[in-house]
Design a protein around this ligand. Structure first.
Ligand code: HEC
Length: 162
């Protein structure tokens, strides 16, 4: 599986030709475990998930943002990972910016110093099942282009540039 993160290219140690994006290969996640982490980590204090039976939060967060799609909304695997580890990169589209952010920063909690990679991949595996076509890259090493303005990823065969 090969996931292309535009956002991570700046962090990439190897230099790339212009236009070639960095690639990150994450291990497969467990969606059931992801649903549990989602509650343990308190994601449910600000989020409910379309079509998922998620426990009510003990403490309600400052905002309520619905995750998942009801009407064909898509999110690529890379976009989902980005939304969790770098939420300010691109704010959720359906909400007024002043409701979900302050000074351009997402109101989402930052988990990067506490969430494990396993929790991350499990949660993304869980969430992607609730977005239409949020397909996880398979073992044929397709390249998923992460476009910040277009939620739908383009699949094409590409070289393994990781
Ligand atoms: C304090 C409230 C809060 C908590 C806790 C929180 N989030 Fe968020 N989240 C937000 C807000 C606000 C947005 C919308 C702004 C943005 O896109 O960053 C958001 C957006 C998202 C999005 C993108 C949604 C879209 O439609 O683009 C995902 C995915 C997401 N959160 C996952 C998570 C996960 C997983 C956790 C737990 C590990 C979590 N969030 C915890 C507030 C929160």
């Amino acid at each position: 599986m090969l996931v292309v993160f535009g956002t991570l290219s700046a962090l990439s140690a190897c230099s790339k030709a212009p236009g070639v994006e960095a690639t990150v290969m994450l291990p497969e996640g467990d969606p059931d475990a992801g649903a549990e982490h989602f509650v343990e980590l308190g994601c449910n204090s600000c989020h409910s998930v379309v079509g998922a039976d998620i426990a009510e939060p003990e403490d309600k967060g400052p905002v309520r943002v619905l995750l998942g799609s009801r009407s064909g909304r898509t999110m690529t695997y890379g976009a989902l990972v980005t939304a969790v580890v770098n939420p300010s990169h691109k704010l959720a589209r359906r909400y007024r910016k002043d409701r979900v952010s302050a000074d351009g920063e997402s109101m989402m909690r930052n988990y990067n110093d506490t969430m494990t990679v396993t929790q991350l991949t499990d949660i993304v595996a869980f969430l992607q099942g609730h977005y239409e076509k949020a397909v996880r890259p398979g073992y044929k090493y397709p390249v998923y282009e992460y476009k910040s303005d277009e939620p739908e990823g383009e699949v094409e065969t590409g070289e393994d540039s990781g």
